[in-house]
Design a protein. Sequence first.
Length: 179
Amino acid sequence: MPGGSRHAPKARQAEGGGSVDEGRIAEVIRPVVAAAGMDLESVRVTAAGRRRLLRVVVDSDRGVSLDDAAAVSRELSAALDTVAVMGDFPYTLEVSSPGVDRPLTDRRHWRRAVGRMVQVTVTDSGSVCGRIVSADADGVTLEVEGVRRRFPYDVLGAGTVQVEFGHPPTELGATRDGH
């Protein structure tokens, strides 16, 4: 689903009673996130004492700075205040970007990780570790042991970015759109 979460809507029972529909919350905040030029990656509500903690994860092609997160947080607060999707309980809103441990499952995830080292299970090939050289509409090119290999998305499992300490940026001729 472009620009949205791949997770099915969920209703959660909050501590102290009352359920919260994460899918409904996503419907309310998705246009606000999109207007900020970002994608809504996930919405999660958990109980935190007598309050609820609403965690919203956003991402964009340019990344998410602290200023970006603060700005979208203010816009989300205003939108949530106009619609009673959080119920009667007070809540804390936390807006963040995906961590390095986020699995690469969507095409935009792969595109945004160009230049990174990844581990991925490939159908009929097993586990492959390589650097993402390019990611376009049709698939991903990885440099595996000095050889560039092309994989269509339908054979890739969820990729995992590998943390590299002290690895200087390299020029691979990498592109995010395949050009």
